[in-house]
Design a protein around this ligand. Structure first.
Ligand code: G
Ligand code: G
Ligand code: MN
Ligand code: NA
Length: 256
């Protein structure tokens, strides 16, 4: 409960921070974007991980406010990186959208306003939505996704494989990237065992016209197998942990 009070003041006190984890092209090894990830620098408790505070933020209903703060900050940062570096090499900033945010009636308006006020090109923004957010909201979700897509925003399915959706169902949604949950990537051992599930997901995603990003890539063996399966992008500790903005900007143009 104390934490909940703290949470209310965290935005005003600038205690939230975004970290940025590189997303890397597996075809040429280049950094193509970052996933923005929330961190809470609590004055007494230190750095609190989102897995510990996101549930609290959701229960308290503050996820909408915190989520928009994160989206605004990520768009602002991305726009300034693109201007400063005059580079096309940093293509996308990915931001997570929670179920509750996703079902807000003014979602489209709010996102439009954030793009307008930060000056970020809609095509540089990727929104990550979980399977459950989409499935829980059904037809309405599809209508919202179509509006976002029409604005030029790209959409990806986060943590794929942990929910209950089928790829054929997802086909009806305007999603361009499927992010395979790291629990599947971690199954790939040095001998390439347990590749079948991932191979099936990648093959199907490609048949449905989606690109695939593998999450939680930790070893060079996993990377090699994913490359062989024509997985487009990777993200994980093998490349980099999530970084603060100073460390992240230093990686623009980097090639693994
Ligand atoms: O950075 P990592 O440990 O720790 O993030 C844990 C989870 O918290 C991720 O799965 C991610 O989906 C979620 N998360 C991180 N940042 C945000 C955010 O800005 N908004 C929402 N809704 N979830 C986030
Ligand atoms: O949105 P999502 O749940 O996918 O957020 C990614 C989470 O996974 C973040 O909390 C991030 O810190 C964590 N993560 C990123 N790369 C790796 C990895 O290679 N291994 C593990 N175990 N966790 C990772
Ligand atoms: Mn994510
Ligand atoms: Na994920």
């Amino acid at each position: 409960l104390q934490l909940e009070n703290d949470l209310r003041r965290a935005i005003e006190r600038h205690e939230f921070q975004l970290y940025y984890q590189p997303i890397v092209s597996l075809t040429n090894g280049r950094l193509i974007g970052f996933e923005a990830l929330l961190r809470w620098q609590h004055p007494e408790r230190g750095l609190i991980s989102p897995t510990d505070f996101i549930p609290l933020v959701e229960e308290s209903g503050m996820i909408v406010e915190v989520g928009y703060w994160a989206l605004h900050e990520a768009c602002r940062q991305m726009q300034s990186w693109q201007v400063r570096h005059r580079t096309n090499s940093l293509e996308k900033i990915s931001v997570n959208l929670s179920v509750k945010q996703f079902s807000q009636p003014d979602l489209i308006e709010q996102i439009g306003e954030i793009l307008h006020s930060t000056g970020l090109d809609a095509g540089s923004l990727m929104l990550e939505i979980t399977e459950s957010a989409i499935m829980e909201n059904g037809d309405e979700a599809n209508a919202e996704l179509l509006k976002l897509r029409k604005m030029g925003i790209e959409l990806s399915i986060d943590d794929f494989g942990t929910g209950y959706s089928s790829l054929s169902r997802l086909h009806s949604f305007p999603i361009s990237v499927l992010k395979i949950d790291r629990s599947f990537v971690s199954l790939i051992d040095a001998n390439g065992k347990n590749l079948e599930i991932i191979e099936t997901i990648i093959t199907l995603a490609h048949k449905l016209g989606m690109d695939v990003t593998a999450e939680g890539v930790e070893t060079k063996e996993q990377l090699a197998f994913l490359r062989n399966l024509n997985c487009e992008c990777g993200q994980g500790y093998f490349f980099s942990r999530p970084l603060d903005n100073t460390a992240a900007v230093a990686l623009i143009g980097y090639c693994w």
